[in-house]
Ligand binder design. Structure first.
Ligand SMILES: Cc1cc2nc3c(=O)[nH]c(=O)nc-3n(C[C@H](O)[C@H](O)[C@H](O)COP(=O)(O)O)c2cc1C
Length: 268
């Protein structure tokens, strides 16, 4: 019997599955493909070992990119959709990431006619409208959906997002290193809300990486309940997140707001 996979279920057939390219081998992709997903998204790392088998299985290939070299590679590999991720995004991204506003149109130009989705710092319909104005085919939105009724996150995380401010987020590897995550910290950081237990290590990531006793102390604090088991991955756009709607209502509101914003921008 197939192992259970983190798949977003559609009507019978799974809609899609996403992978961290640095963390997987072809076996993981083959296992996912056995479930017949309509799309497979590859992020963070070299997608080239996986693309051909995804295409042969008839699934769309979505590649998330963080710089122009990755964008060029995604085009050369024949990606069906490219996600251009800016550094405002919540969660992981490039250590030396680009800002969404100038990055997206360059990727749009480079990738045409391949559709590009803008990601990073989009939390309402005005952001969706901005993505469209930049030439993107749409937006990939992460953090905003963590604050929806269906999100499978601890209520403390939702609360922190609703109450948080963009200026309280920062990109860092401290939480990855402290909790012993395998993310390659030379390449990737994560945008999170700060936490007091991580404060002493701000700017001292290299030192933390070679100080196992500090990592163990953090993990002991997690076990005692004094530190959170996971950081609050959060976008710079969290100022715009003030409620906890059902996801379907959120999608409808994003579309209406985007229409309004585009009509306003098009007015003489
Ligand atoms: C809680 C959280 C988890 C994420 N996990 C993944 C992931 O597993 N794979 C991935 O490619 N991107 C992941 N991302 C990043 C998103 O793909 C996307 O780039 C980002 O959320 C867009 O920025 P935004 O948060 O400002 O909307 C995650 C983002 C968040 C907030």
């Amino acid at each position: 019997m197939a192992r259970e996979l983190p798949i977003v279920a559609g009507a019978g057939k799974p809609w899609g599955v996403g992978f961290l390219s640095w963390a997987i081998d072809v076996g993981a992709v083959d296992l996912a493909l056995e479930h017949g997903p309509r799309a497979v998204m590859l992020s963070f790392g070299d997608p080239s070992p996986f693309v051909e088998r995804i295409r042969e299985a008839g699934a769309a290939v979505i590649i998330q990119v963080t710089d122009l070299e990755e964008a060029r590679q995604a085009v050369d590999l024949g990606a069906d959709v490219i996600v251009a991720q800016g550094t405002e995004s919540g969660g992981h991204g490039a250590r030396h990431g680009r800002s969404t506003l100038p990055f997206v149109p360059v990727v749009v130009d480079l990738a045409a006619p391949v559709p590009v989705l803008a990601a990073g710092g989009i939390a309402d319909g005005r952001g969706v409208a901005a993505a469209l104005a930049l030439g993107a085919a749409g937006a990939l939105i992460g953090t905003r959906f963590q604050a929806t009724a269906e999100a499978l996150v601890d209520p403390s995380i939702t609360k922190a997002i609703v109450e948080g401010r963009g200026q309280d987020t920062e990109r860092s590897s401290v939480s990855d290193i402290a909790r012993g995550a395998r993310w390659p910290s030379s390449k990737y950081t994560a945008r999170t809300l700060g936490h007091p237990s991580l404060e002493p290590w701000r700017g001292r990531e290299a030192e933390l990486a070679v100080t196992p006793e500090a990592q163990l102390a953090y993990q002991a604090a997690v076990a005692r309940g004094d530190a959170p088991p996971l950081p609050v991955w959060a976008s710079e756009a969290i100022d715009l997140i003030t409620d906890l709607p059902p996801a379907a209502d959120l999608v409808a509101a994003l579309a209406t707001q985007a229409d309004t914003a585009l009509a306003r921008a098009g007015r003489d």
